[in-house]
Design a protein around this ligand. Structure first.
Ligand SMILES: *[C@@H]1O[C@H](CO)[C@@H](O)[C@H](O)[C@H]1NC(C)=O
Length: 283
């Protein structure tokens, strides 16, 4: 009887640890990397950033859009980035766990001349494209789309989700410094930056076009003018007991606005749509 009891305890314990093991921690953060002045990430930094590809003829081509891992079957990008697929998910793919854009997914490990090695990226096919129901092609409002992957992501140091929820929500996003990360047009390595948030009205005033910036969008003034791909994640810090614990999603880069010598970044605010994102990434 006692042996049986022990067996049951052992079994339950194993089951619990298996379930716990499936829950992937989100928003992994290394305080050491928070305020360095690098413009490139380390391979395991911001492991939720990937790249969107489109089938052109016989091969998948880089679309110049980033994706953000939110859950084991889901990545987020902008609605403008997925219009090119005409709702044909089979023509879309994402590469995750990618650090150097020139690396292809057929390689298990890739080493540079210094003998520094990283695993090759993992390509995932897409089974469904879920454009935000209120996304508006003409105004650019609500520029969000989720991609459901055919196979679930195998979590690793290089592939992890970004947290969706803040521990304590900010009353306002304006007048703050936020980190952002993603891929860019002038460098093959996954990049990072800092942006100071400005009002939508200020950004509208920069441009001579009378068209207002999209609704639910705010602006970021980047420290460096690097042109990032759309879909870069703007991130807030979850702080618990005076310690930065994790990153969470604040906004998604929807447009790089270049006016003369000034570059500002238009970010889609995810705040109003967190419950939409949570509901649609559950399964
Ligand atoms: C990125 O990959 C290319 C080609 O494989 C290589 O020439 C380059 O050195 C790599 N960059 C880094 C920083 O490893």
């Amino acid at each position: 009887m006692r042996i049986l009891g022990k067996l049951v305890v052992l079994l339950v314990g194993t089951l619990l640890s298996v379930t716990a093991g499936e829950e992937q921690k989100c928003g992994s953060l290394d305080e050491r990397l928070l305020f360095n002045t690098e413009t490139s990430t380390e391979p395991a930094e911001y492991p939720w950033m990937g790249i969107l590809y489109q089938l052109m003829g016989a091969s998948f081509e880089n679309t110049g859009c980033s994706v953000v891992i939110l859950a084991k079957f889901y990545v987020l990008t902008t609605a403008s980035c997925v219009r090119r697929f005409n709702n044909r998910p089979e023509t879309a793919a994402v590469r995750l766990g990618i650090w150097n854009e020139t690396h292809t997914s057929d390689e298990e490990y890739i080493c540079n001349v210094k003998g520094f090695c990283v695993p090759g990226p993992v390509q995932h096919s897409v089974s469904e494209i879920i454009v935000h129901p209120q996304a508006d092609k003409d105004t650019g409002d609500n520029d969000l789309a989720l991609l459901r992957l055919t196979e679930q992501i195998k979590w690793s140091t290089y592939m992890q989700p970004l947290c969706l929820e803040p521990i304590s929500p900010l009353k306002s996003l304006i007048g703050r410094n936020f980190h952002f990360g993603g891929f860019e047009h002038s460098n093959y390595i996954k990049g990072k930056g800092l942006a100071f948030t400005l009002t939508r009205e200020y950004c509208t005033s920069l441009s001579s076009a009378s068209k207002p910036r999209p609704e639910n969008q705010f602006c970021g003034y980047p420290v460096k003018r690097t042109k990032f791909y759309e879909g870069a994640a703007l991130m807030g810090l979850n702080i618990a007991n005076e310690v930065p614990k994790s990153f969470y999603l604040v906004g998604l880069l929807s447009e790089v606005v270049i006016v003369g010598q000034t570059t500002v970044l238009g970010f889609q605010d995810v705040g109003p749509w967190r419950s939409w994102l949570l509901e649609n990434t559950r399964s």
